[in-house]
Design a protein around this ligand. Sequence first.
Ligand SMILES: NC(=O)c1ccc[n+]([C@@H]2O[C@H](COP(=O)([O-])OP(=O)(O)OC[C@H]3O[C@@H](n4cnc5c(N)ncnc54)[C@H](OP(=O)(O)O)[C@@H]3O)[C@@H](O)[C@H]2O)c1
Length: 338
Amino acid sequence: MPRAIVIDGEFGFDNLRLIERPRPRPGPGQVLLRMRAASLNYRDLLVARGQYDPRQPLPLVPLSDGVGEVEECGPGVTRVRQGDRVCPIFAQKWLAGTPTRAELRSTLGAPLDGALADYMLVSEEGVVVPPAHLTDPEAAALPCAALTAWSALVTLGALRAGQTVLVQGSGGVAIFALQFAKLGGARVIATSSAAAKRERLLELGADAVIDYRADERWGKTARKLSGEGVDLVVELGGAGTLAQSLAAVKPGGTVALIGVLAGHRAPVDILPLVMQGVRVQGIFVGHRESFEAMNTAIAEHELRPVIDRVFPFEEAREAFEYMADGAHLGKVCLTLRH
Ligand SMILES: NC(=O)c1ccc[n+]([C@@H]2O[C@H](COP(=O)([O-])OP(=O)(O)OC[C@H]3O[C@@H](n4cnc5c(N)ncnc54)[C@H](OP(=O)(O)O)[C@@H]3O)[C@@H](O)[C@H]2O)c1
């Protein structure tokens, strides 16, 4: 019997349960995916703890990100064929352009059932083919973290070679942002609280690293390292880091607001934004068209996502706890064996 892991009854990692359920049948325009791998994002921790949307109905299959093989196509499907390896897209209905509210609500792993299951049933419109050179865990790392970094730097950031990018921490989004920035010929200043991770960030191509715990005014340090200031900040801390990001960014530069690792509510001094014409750009993952463009770049450069650790499907709870501990660098993934 096919398996799924669900958050059941109440929120909390203790309530992740393995269940069995019948194999779904694809309807018109749908594809049935036999899942091979999945990956965790910080959002999945918030979802499982009930902090993302406390009103989310349960049970819920968590995780937005995965990769699977098309096992069966419903009537009328033309975009993919049986046997294709595909990733479901984060916002199932957001295909291109500016999203509608309904498109923004069509996200996997909350409110829609996600990737932590033997089978996923999705619309043929809601999948993309990942680069062929990637392993399954590497492909499963792309839909949220990689696309978010791509949207911030390329789709909405219009990054140019020679510019300077500041990335915060060494998690999934940060490492993809570092990789894409280097791919585009930018300089990268990275921050991390751990010495071993700072070493690794340098190996991955960072031009300078800062310990954001030891250096409370790391924003000013980043500005000094970059002359006038950085062109683009990949803002992942949120409320707790925004003031330093504003100290780091150059006049006319961009702060791409993405994360809430250090909270989402804080007073903001808008003077530096106004007086220096800083652009604040909210980022919500991205659309299918961007995902496909990103895949082309990843394939062309044979870029490999940085995978910290791969857990078996059966150890999903351990994977959640490992990710929550924050010792990882890059992505935490899961594999499914059938
Ligand atoms: N808006 C969107 O569309 C979108 C999409 C994806 C993710 N996000 C958000 O982006 C953030 C990162 O997600 P993720 O999945 O990449 O998380 P992750 O892999 O769990 O990242 C964890 C890392 O972030 C760093 N970190 C923690 N607190 C920090 C702080 N105060 N300042 C700087 N770095 C800090 C730590 O790095 P060190 O150990 O090196 O210090 C930590 O290891 C989350 O808030 C997530 O919700 C938003």
